[in-house]
Design a protein around this ligand. Structure first.
Ligand code: SF4
Length: 255
């Protein structure tokens, strides 16, 4: 049974059943935005949307699952872990409206993968080129920590997204160790073989995953997360981020 939501009147309660029915990314994104499969996350995302942060008290929060963002011919995927409570959960677009996104979109713009360096809100004109940003968990979790059960419940959405991107996707940049751990089982559920032992996360670490469908392999690239904790302390500098993105472009053959 879908969880009751104050914001969604036509809920999708079972990603495992619904995700494979999406014939394209637009359809998939529409289904994800109606998902109510995780009771704790439905309650949290809606509570945050109601209580708000003082700086945004005059805004209407999105308060729903946040789908991926980027074109269907993406050769490069960028995968974090989950949307931020006052970022994507507020604006309705992943990494949009928070400091982490400021760093990410500036770097994407610097290397020619984004039309502009700013991401403020839906309809701000931002476009990504050959790049799509998504997450293994589509709802903002308390303390930025989804439970293993929530992560597993959300998995079919990303499996289907990767399946739809399959013809062009060649590289995935994974932001942070949590995203890396969450993504590997998703890739194994899609069409790629995850090596044993599993490749370990590290900044600019690369792993190549052979395809089980006879197609091109997928390159995984690790990158420290664009969190304020990492960028304020200099653990991840803009130059380091640009370097990983340039590496991704080269591996993906994006000019
Ligand atoms: S985390 Fe995923 S599966 Fe859970 S409610 Fe959000 S979109 Fe649905």
């Amino acid at each position: 049974m879908p969880t009751t939501s104050k914001l969604i009147t036509d809920p999708v309660g079972d990603p495992a059943t619904a995700a494979p029915t999406a014939a394209g990314l637009t359809e998939l994104d529409g289904l994800i935005a109606r998902c109510t499969a995780c009771p704790r996350l439905v309650a949290w995302r809606e509570e945050v949307a109601e209580v708000k942060r003082a700086a945004f008290r005059d805004e209407e929060y999105w308060g729903r699952p946040v789908p991926g963002f980027g074109p269907p011919d993406a050769a490069i995927g960028i995968v974090g872990l989950a949307p931020a409570a006052h970022g994507g959960n507020r604006t309705g677009r992943i990494f949009t409206g928070d400091r982490s996104g400021d760093v990410l979109f500036q770097a994407l713009h610097d290397v020619g993968l984004a039309s502009q360096a700013e991401a403020r809100h839906l309809g701000d004109g931002l476009e990504l080129y050959r790049t799509r940003i998504t997450a293994p968990v589509h709802c903002a979790p308390p303390a930025n920590k989804p439970t293993p059960a929530e992560r597993d419940t959300c998995r079919p959405w990303l499996v289907q997204e990767l399946d739809l991107l399959r013809p062009t996707l060649r590289v995935v940049v994974v932001l942070g160790a949590f995203g890396w751990q969450a993504l590997l089982p998703v890739l194994a559920d899609a069409v790629w073989q995850v090596p044993r032992p599993r490749p370990k996360f590290g900044h600019d670490v690369r792993a190549e995953l052979p395809a089980t469908d006879g197609g091109a392999p997928l390159h995984l690239l690790g990158c420290y997360h664009v969190s304020q904790q990492n960028t304020f302390t200099g653990k991840l500098t803009p130059a380091m981020l640009r370097q990983v993105l340039e590496h991704a472009k080269q591996l993906a053959g994006v000019g």
